[in-house]
Design a binder for this molecule. Structure first.
Ligand code: CUV
Ligand code: SF4
Length: 638
């Protein structure tokens, strides 16, 4: 290699701390294929207007960009208006993504029938949820009930009157506060539409109002869309229980047909799991010369599958291209969200079939095999067969699977977290006495607090670096970490979800608790929609202690966030009273007032706000100081 190439490779390798990824980047260079890491090198400087959020394209007179020379857009919008509108639109897009996912899951519940492709796996949970949603289960067949609940949930998307039914899970004081502030979300679609309308040229120009409607919209994600998505996924596919898994690209090793599932909705991936387990598919795999079939996941589909089936985690958001570059992947099957449009072209350099399945996410160059819930199993079988038949095209000379993987325990739903602390898995969780052990370890200070470290990878920081630095700092200091999304993948890839590793990484208090109750120091809580599980657990604990969520020694953290969904999540977490710490600055710095409000002013309204620091060690310290400052009051109250 020439000197120049070595520099390029080194520069790319410095953009990730994952050792497997570094190996794959070297292979990418050898194979002459491009990845995000290479493209990032082409972006020496990113657009300063965009970074600060002061570019407006909301009408055809624009784009307008705020600078010293042009302090207003053509319509007169100033930097506060433009930043506020852009922020609100990010929240609306994120809310739309999560909620539309939930809508599909809910439609699937409406399709359930005895002996059908989709069935009710958790009848008890359905009955409890039905009651909660004011549907009387009395004398109803379970499928009749399922269909009725599906319809009531679908109404949450477009009902003409009233606010989200799920808000009543929150502590009373919190509900009253939301009511007083006017941020109780009405129908989910309506909140999204309201933001899109109000950010159209010539509507809302007031920053406070824009942030206010962003909060209400985000609440339609956390306390409606995502919460419905999680609840119905459990009802359809089972409440996750602790299960063993493996993570990182080495899960692709061996002579198996490798099928990677990437995207988000368990309706597709669950069916692929079921199809690939069929004897006919296993036999077909043998016929083509493979030893079997290995399913693995990337992004949140990976999280959904690993926590319900122990399906292996191939990698996180930043490894989607690297997985294909191993040359060992027969098919990558995707549905929606976080899928690089780069993948079809990249796949064409290998034998990998890149298969899109959703009309919501078609990508030029992909093999499109549309998946329909009403012909789910047939569709899944066709797709799996396609993958198996591609095994013969694998070119051994192009295969390089890197050496590393880690093991871990995943799949801690609310029931498992609370139940395990009570030493009974899967107990009913709505009684105070089952919550007592959790509250006790918090109140006594053996565990200082609980931090949700969640979200994506972002090319603005070396992949996984912020996640791991922050998680390690926190557990070393006796803060329990719960995690979802690509943060969960990062933790699992690095052995932090192994119970045996608690003494190595956790402080004394946390390590003792881990040993006593048999949990890892970092708890896998699921996918991004499963952040609603965090809201749930916080509500349960707050209710048990007769407190507000903002009184609890808890915090949220998104160290490497990148998606609009993450902006919606952060905003609903703050609106729920949980301080949220970001490792990447959102595009709001062009408005001093937006920064003041988001990173301070909101505290007076909802009892929480955002904090940003791009140094992960400092961010971890900020989180711990914040929680410690809440402890004295928490201890007295309790
Ligand atoms: Ni939905 S949103 S990169 S997969 S966590 Fe992973 Fe999570 Fe962010 Fe996307
Ligand atoms: Fe410019 Fe106003 Fe149009 Fe935005 S809405 S592009 S600021 S004229």
């Amino acid at each position: 290699m020439e000197k120049k190439d070595i520099n390029v490779l080194e520069q790319m390798q410095n953009m990730t701390i994952d050792l497997n990824s570094k190996v794959m980047l070297e292979k990418a260079e050898k194979d002459g294929v491009e990845t995000m890491y290479k493209r990032k090198l082409g972006y020496k400087v990113q657009c300063g207007f965009g970074l600060q959020g002061v570019c407006c394209r909301n009408c055809g007179m624009g784009p307008c960009r705020i600078s010293a020379k042009t302090p207003r857009g053509l319509c007169g919008a100033d930097e506060h208006t433009i930043v506020g509108r852009n922020f609100a639109r990010m929240v609306a897009a994120g809310t739309a993504a999560h909620s539309d996912h939930a809508r599909d899951i809910t439609h699937t519940l409406a399709l359930t029938c005895p002996g059908g492709d989709y069935q009710v796996k958790e009848p008890q949970k359905l009955i409890e949820f039905a009651k909660f949603m004011d549907v009387d289960p009395e004398g109803k067949d379970i499928y009749e009930l399922a269909h009725e609940v599906a319809e009531v949930c679908l109404m949450e998307f477009g009902k003409p009157f009233g606010v989200s039914k799920l808000l009543k899970r929150a502590p009373k004081v919190r509900q009253e506060l939301w009511n007083k502030l006017g941020i109780e979300p009405r129908a989910i679609d309506r909140e999204i539409a309201t933001v899109m309308h109000s950010t159209h040229i010539g509507c809302t120009a007031d920053l406070d109002s824009l942030i206010h409607m962003s909060m209400r919209c985000s609440m339609a994600d956390g306390w409606a869309g995502s919460m419905i998505g999680t609840m119905i996924s459990d009802i359809l596919f089972g409440t996750p229980k602790p299960v063993h898994t493996e993570a990182n690209l080495n899960v692709l090793a061996g002579n198996n047909v490798n099928i990677i599932l990437h995207g988000h909705e368990p309706t597709l991936s669950e069916m692929i799991v079921a199809a690939s387990e069929l004897p006919e598919m296993q036999e077909l795999a043998k016929e083509v010369g493979a030893d079997g079939i290995t399913l693995s996941g990337i992004c949140c589909t990976g999280n959904e599958l690993t926590m319900r089936h122990g399906v292996k985690i191939a990698g996180d958001f930043h490894q989607q291209e690297l997985a294909i570059i191993t040359g060992a992947v027969e098919a990558m099957i995707v549905d929606v969200q976080c899928i690089f449009p780069a993948l079809p072209e990249l796949s064409s350099h290998y034998h990998t079939k890149f298969i899109t399945t959703s009309p919501k996410a078609r990508i030029t160059g992909a093999t499109h095999m549309e998946f329909h819930e009403d012909t789910a199993m047939e569709d899944a079988k066709t797709i799996v067969r396609e993958a198996i038949m591609n095994f013969k095209n694998r070119d051994a000379s192009k295969v390089l699977v890197p050496d590393l993987k880690s093991e871990g325990m995943v799949g801690y739903a609310e029931e498992a977290i609370v139940g395990q602390l009570n030493n009974v898995v899967n107990t009913q969780i709505d009684e105070m006495d089952t919550l007592k052990p959790l509250v006790d370890v918090l109140a006594s200070g053996v565990i200082r607090g609980v931090v949700g470290v969640v979200g994506c990878n972002n090319a603005k920081t070396p992949s996984n670096y912020n996640h791991l630095t922050i998680i390690k700092e926190l557990i070393k200091n006796d803060f329990l970490v719960v995690t979802t999304g690509c943060g969960a993948s990062a933790a699992c890839k690095n052995g932090l979800m192994l119970k045996e590793n608690a003494p190595k990484y956790a402080g004394k208090g946390l390590a003792t608790v881990c040993e006593l109750v048999d949990i890892p120091p970092v708890i896998h809580l699921g996918s991004c929609v499963d952040n609603s599980r965090i809201l749930n657990v916080c509500s349960l604990v707050a209710n048990a202690c007769d407190m507000d969520i903002s009184d609890l020694p808890v915090a949220g953290c998104a160290p490497e966030w990148m998606s609009e969904k993450a902006v919606a999540i952060g905003t609903y977490v703050v609106s729920s009273g949980i301080d949220t710490f970001l490792g990447v600055m959102p595009p709001v710095t062009g408005s001093s007032r937006a920064v003041e409000l988001l990173c301070g002013g909101l505290k007076d309204q909802v009892g929480a706000c955002f904090y940003v620091n791009e140094d992960p060690v400092e961010l971890a310290k900020m989180i711990m100081d914040d929680i410690e400052s809440k402890r004295p009051a928490f201890e007295t109250l309790y």
